[in-house]
Ligand binder design. Structure first.
Ligand code: NAD
Length: 219
């Protein structure tokens, strides 16, 4: 009988891990180099890592701005540069896929720093797509809404801390209660869009920040 691990490897293909900090340019370059060494070439690069910040505007400080922008914005720029350099070196087409957010389309109270960082991700997605199109590199972003992950567990806890009239779970329920399709987002809802953007079915799409939010933000 095939073990669960072997079954996953059969389904997923070969996988490898790499530990690094996305906000460091040298780590992004090392990630690409390790990928090429292991798999022969790079085809798709996803800038998924990101952090939230939940703070009233008047309390936003240098530490929060630096951390959030370093990871969400610098990380996306360095990852995109490292991947694009490799695609150009290979002389192949390539796909770069960035994690944006509904907060890259709208700005939310107490999520100012996070919203600004995701607006920056959207802007860099547009610009990189324009500049890299002639090299057959597409650059797109996926914009989740309210997905049940550890990030939202932390956002919920921080919102409760900021407003003691709220009970744990209420901020998540309030935000997800506004979703037109009537349920909160599962990580697989996001993964389905990323899968599409990584596939040849999306070959004629570039420079887009596509909402996958069950009907929350419309534009
Ligand atoms: N959960 C949501 O509702 C939601 C909504 C919109 C956008 N997003 C975006 O989707 C992406 C994934 O979010 P998630 O909900 O899975 O968050 P998460 O906190 O559950 O996971 C984020 C991952 O990023 C990694 N990470 C953080 N800083 C890093 C660094 N400096 N270097 C390397 N890795 C680092 C963490 O270790 C973690 O594995 C993020 O960019 C987030 O902003 C999430």
């Amino acid at each position: 009988m095939i073990s669960t691990r072997k079954l996953w490897l059969k389904l997923l293909g070969e996988v490898a891990k790499f530990v690094g900090d996305v906000s460091k340019k040298e780590d992004q370059e090392a990630l690409v180099a390790a990928t090429v060494e292991k798999f022969g070439q790079l085809n798709v690069f996803v800038n998924n890592a990101g952090v939230e910040a939940v703070t009233p505007f008047l309390k936003i400080d240098e530490k929060e701005l630096e951390r959030t922008f370093k990871i969400n914005v610098f990380g996306t720029v360095y990852g995109t540069q490292a991947a694009a350099e490799q695609f150009i070196k290979q002389g192949t087409p390539g796909k770069i896929i960035n994690a944006c957010s509904i907060a890259g389309h709208e700005a939310y109270e107490v999520l100012g720093t996070y919203s600004a960082s995701k607006h920056a991700v959207k802007a860099f997605t547009h610009v990189a797509a324009k500049e890299l199109a002639s090299k057959h590199i597409t650059v797109n972003a996926y914009c989740p809404g309210v997905a049940k992950t550890k990030m939202w567990d932390r956002i919920d806890a921080e919102m409760v801390k900021a407003d003691p009239s709220l009970k744990p779970g209420e901020p998540f329920a309030k935000f997800s209660g506004e979703i037109a399709l009537g349920r909160y987002e599962e990580p697989t809802d996001v993964a389905n869009l990323v899968h599409f953007l990584a596939s040849e079915d999306s070959d004629y799409i570039t420079g887009q920040a596509i909402l996958v939010d069950g009907g929350l933000v419309y534009n």
